[in-house]
Design a protein around this ligand. Sequence first.
Ligand code: ADP
Ligand code: MG
Ligand code: MG
Ligand code: MG
Length: 418
Amino acid sequence: QGQGDYRILHEADLRAYLAGLPDLKELLGGEPASWAITEVGDGNLNLVFIVKGARGGIAVKQALPYVRLVGESWPLPLSRAHYEYLALSRQAQLAPGLVPAVLHHNEDLALTAMELLEPHIIMRKGLVAATRYPRFVDDITTFMARTLFFTSDLALTAAEKKEAIAAFAGNHALCKITEDLIFTDPYRVAEQNRWTAPYLDGLAASLRDDMDLHVAVSRLKLKFMASPEALIHGDLHTGSIMVTDSQTRVIDPEFAFYGPMGFDVGAVLANLLMAFFASAGHERAPGERAAFEAWVLETVEQVWNQFARKFLDLWRAAAAGDAYPPSLFPGEKGAARLETERQAYMQRLFTDVVGFAAAKIIRRIFGLAHNIDFELIEPPKRRAVSEARAVGLARAMMVETGAFPSIADVIGAAQKLR
Ligand code: ADP
Ligand code: MG
Ligand code: MG
Ligand code: MG
């Protein structure tokens, strides 16, 4: 990838650049000088501009050659913009209407212009405000079932699958962030770690000393590194989902690569479970958020159940891949045995989901990147109560995964800890 023409686009450069693109100029409308340009990036890595003209608006995302949250001391390849563009394009084919449409991409500038999502808000913000999203379960389970199934060996030939793995294999710097920040640092002394001190000091120390936990998280890390099951989003938390009452859009797939499916499903469940535990810290009167909390747990259950149902339906209807050759499962006897195996496959996937969800919770409480669900709880002593409950569940899910054979077991344990 030639990076010779890369430059960070500030407002004036972006205006001039967009003015030179006839399709976008037309979409925005009016004179370029009249366009309103605001940088709204609240993520950890990149710049995002909202551009509004007389006719329409767009969002423009540009990668920086370093991690925005940390600064130039932590370089990060611009190529992540290429993988985000590739993933967005693939997801748009597989799950139409559930990602922002790509309008323009420039490899040298590591820049993508996309559909402006408005009035959508980042789902995490809505959850802090106890907002319920009636479309969420159906949309997110369609997104996950279709993007994961159709990029797996259940749907692709072996050749297609290996070409697809290769197309994303260069995104290893982003994988390394996950490998370090999620699967390693929270369990050892690391400069980037932080937690709600002094209240969680003891819990942080116990995590560093817990060899059963270290084995469990290392198995998950190995699975993340060595299981190219499907094209995963790789960062599917509630800060990567934008919502209204009637729409759901998944953004920010720059961590995409061929990895374990359970990582994406686990990310969604982990973030819902954190919203549940954080909710107690946001209530101003006892029980004030009870209906919201019940909705969150119902959503946890439905996300797994509807995902599993949709994934299985696709497998039964659209299995064109080289895995499970039909010739090995002939007749009624074969069909029955294959159906039993499909159920067993989902059970194995559920085990991965439980473990990955736990890892995603622990990293948000002891690692570098925290989330507003907990961070907005004041005072810190109160925040630590919610965080400790979430850690209690996460530790059990990671080490005693067998005690959570179904989603109902996860919900039951969460209710007990509330
Ligand atoms: P990062 O990779 O830095 O986390 P994101 O892709 O998550 O960047 O975008 C950062 C923020 O920019 C989002 O939280 C959201 O507020 C805003 N944003 C991103 N894409 C769009 C879009 N298509 N429409 C409207 N706002 C967007
Ligand atoms: Mg983001
Ligand atoms: Mg992020
Ligand atoms: Mg991102």
